[in-house]
Design a protein around this ligand. Structure first.
Ligand code: WT7
Length: 649
């Protein structure tokens, strides 16, 4: 077996062999890109993407707003499909693995995928969808989700995907905010071996919106009777025209919106555009996973998150790689399922979240096969990867011979932006790596002073990378305030919301969110959004949601609720159930609180703001720090006792 990494002190570095087969193997690229980042990206755009018309200007920035490849014309669907047809038409584009083991996989070659996307694009047009319209996609991991995305992109419609695990209320909020014209959903999907119905949830979600048309994909054996405004996808395809001319898009015209949680109650529609996103999605996939045409990447993320958008769909297809998607959960029918899939289909690059890995550790090594020879690169994403998990990944899955890349990024950055490149290294737990060539991340102090090294708030300096968000849907103010304002003052760097340590050599250690955003099993949740949901209970006066570290999920949700009246213990249980169900119906099961405490009072400042910082420290058994701003210190002792008594459900 080829040796791919070597131990060097506390790090691992790529071997000569490994460098030889890497797209990037010389660290000089960092310095060269930094000299003129705009030129650096322009060169990649020129080489990697087929443009209908070349851009007039590489980059332009006005305050918080910036554009890339101005005046450049392209279509991302054309780049992901059409241009590969001649050479790679018979290569596999998608391998779809259903959860049920006795069901056959479905494979789409580039040609087949192109055909279906063209037809579906024609269907969308026929339904009145035009360039700039928003189409909401509420689909599980089935090939039609990629077909839908590409069909939208082909006609210039903006897709807005809602995670299929989200509740009908969460769907409603997103349909309303995006003013979506059409919904694409399915009758259901398989999860843990059970049928999960989706169409009812979808119907419920759009009931109070203006959206009147739904296209339904048939996943189950039997078709149910459809209601007014609903049509079957397969039946529409039968009648659709074969070819659809790709719409010409200016580089900065929107490609998709994707809602994500922030520090306020309402999710934000992050806007990504066509040109810069294409360039960066293409090159990060190539560089991070070191693949060649025909090789397979498996990103285990759901398409409902940005990771799925970029590394299940656009990144692999722009490169002519094969993307593998698996419908189900990691331990169905047993915890060996993932590894069986890797060996069966000969996956080269595997990209998953630390939470999943920690589950595998718990399930035991006996499920991991001795050999997984096809693997070349292991990636981690979504939350910090702790040392134990990193080492297990490296030893058990990588057999001590594969680079493990810890990739930091966010919905807003569009692609991964801080990580070690597999042909350059180094690889070690705890350090994500350097900023992607052509981007510059660093840290600033709490007051906004730029630091040369040490701990601070993680920020990006201009020129902002091509795949960065360009706005928040219908909310310019939120865009400016969330990303470009610190302590109420405008800054000229982009604020990520994370804290990090910068080392003098440019390496970055991610510490986690510095704001009120929680990461539960890699899912981004807002404390404000959860509190907003819980406030709907008539029995609750005030409520604070904070996180507590968790061995498997990274973080867990803890609720501190102040009942309006003192509760008897019997009633407590009822209200706990009510709170859980409120969260379930308004967000979804991923946001289920782990612990719910009823307290008489919550620590507050003079102006009445709840001090979540104190609650967080109490849960972590940390020093409480400065207490002088609290007006009701007495409540701390009560809360301490409640936490100590613990929580029984
Ligand atoms: C937040 C973004 C990354 C795309 C999927 C999640 C955290 C992400 C890492 C990492 C430590 C990480 C950050 C970030 N995060 N990757 N490798 N190490 N933390 O996108 O839902 O927008 O979440 O995930 O806190 O801000 P997202």
């Amino acid at each position: 077996m080829k040796k791919r990494v070597l131990k060097k002190g506390r790090f691992y570095v790529p071997t000569k062999d490994s460098k030889n087969e890497s797209w990037i193997s010389d660290e000089k690229i960092y310095g060269e890109a930094a000299k003129d980042p705009i030129k650096f990206w322009e060169k990649l755009a020129e080489e990697g993407i087929s443009w209908k018309e070349k851009w007039k200007k590489g980059y332009e920035q006005k305050g918080e707003f910036f554009k890339w490849f101005l005046g450049g014309k392209l279509n991302i669907c054309y780049n992901a499909l059409d241009r590969h047809l001649y050479r790679l038409g018979d290569n596999k584009a998608i391998i779809w693995v259903p959860e049920k083991e006795d069901e056959k996989e479905r494979i789409y070659t580039y040609k087949e995928l192109w055909k279906e996307v063209n037809k579906f694009a024609n269907v969308l047009k026929q339904k009145g969808i035009k360039k700039g319209d928003v189409v909401c996609i509420y689909l599980p991991l089935i090939p039609e989700v990629i077909i839908s995305m590409l069909a939208c992109a082909r006609i210039g419609a903006i897709h807005s995907i809602v995670f299929s695990g989200f509740s009908s209320d969460a769907l409603k909020v997103r349909v309303l905010d995006g003013e979506a014209k059409l919904l694409i959903t399915a009758d259901g999907y398989y999860r843990k071996g059970e049928k999960e119905k989706l169409l009812q949830r979808a119907e419920e979600g759009i009931k109070e919106t203006k959206l009147k048309r739904t296209i339904v994909i048939n996943r189950f054996d039997k078709k149910r009777a459809l209601k007014k405004g609903q049509e079957w996808y397969d039946e529409l395809l039968l009648k659709a025209g074969e070819y659809c001319e790709p719409e010409t898009m200016e580089s900065n015209e929107p490609l998709f919106i994707l809602y994500t949680s922030g520090t306020t109650g309402k999710p934000k529609g992050v806007i990504h555009e066509s040109g810069g996103y294409s360039v960066q999605a293409m090159y990060t996939t190539k560089w991070n996973f070191n693949l060649k045409e025909g090789e397979i990447i498996w990103c285990t993320a759901d398409i409902g998150w940005v990771t799925g958008h970029t590394y299940l769909c656009y990144g692999p297809l722009l490169n002519g790689f094969t993307t593998l998607m698996y419908e189900g959960i990691p331990n169905y029918p047993n915890p060996g399922r993932f590894w069986k899939i890797i060996n069966k289909y000969k996956v080269s690059a595997f990209y998953t979240a630390p939470t999943a890995l920690r589950m595998f550790i718990l399930w035991g090594d006996k499920w991991v096969p001795k050999k997984m020879d096809s693997l070349k690169i292991l990636g981690s994403v979504g939350e910090p990867i702790d040392e134990v998990t990193w080492k297990w990944y490296f030893k058990k899955i990588g057999k001590g011979n594969l680079p493990v890349i810890d990739t930091w990024w966010q919905t807003e950055t569009g692609t991964n932006v801080i990580n070690s490149l597999p042909g350059v290294g180094p690889f070690m737990p705890g350090i994500a790596g350097r900023s992607l060539p052509g981007t510059k991340y660093g840290v600033v102090s709490e007051t906004g002073r730029i630091l040369k090294k040490g701990k601070g708030l993680l920020v990006q300096f201009p020129p902002f990378s091509p795949a960065m968000l360009r706005g928040v849907w219908k909310n310019e103010k939120k865009y400016k305030e969330t990303y470009f304002k610190l302590n109420g003052k405008k800054v000229d760097y982009y604020i990520t919301g994370d804290a990090a340590v910068l080392y003098p050599n440019g390496f970055i250690k991610i510490l986690g969110r510095s704001d009120d955003v929680i990461k539960v099993a890699g899912h981004r949740l807002s404390t404000a959004e959860l509190e907003h949901a819980i406030h709907k209970s008539k029995s609750i006066g005030d409520v604070a949601v904070v996180s507590r570290p968790d061995k498997i999920k990274g973080e867990e949700i803890v609720v501190f609720a102040m009942p309006k009246k003192k509760l008897e213990s019997r009633k407590e249980e009822r209200i706990r159930k009510e709170i859980t169900s409120l969260v379930n119906t308004q967000i979804g099961p991923i946001a289920r609180p782990k612990e719910i405490y009823f307290v008489e009072d919550l620590p507050k400042t003079r102006s009445g703001k709840i001090m979540r910082r104190i609650l967080k420290s109490l849960l972590r058994d940390e020093e409480l720090g400065e207490l002088s701003t609290i007006v009701n210190k007495e409540c701390i002792d009560e809360i301490k006792i409640k936490i100590k008594e613990g929580f029984k459900r």
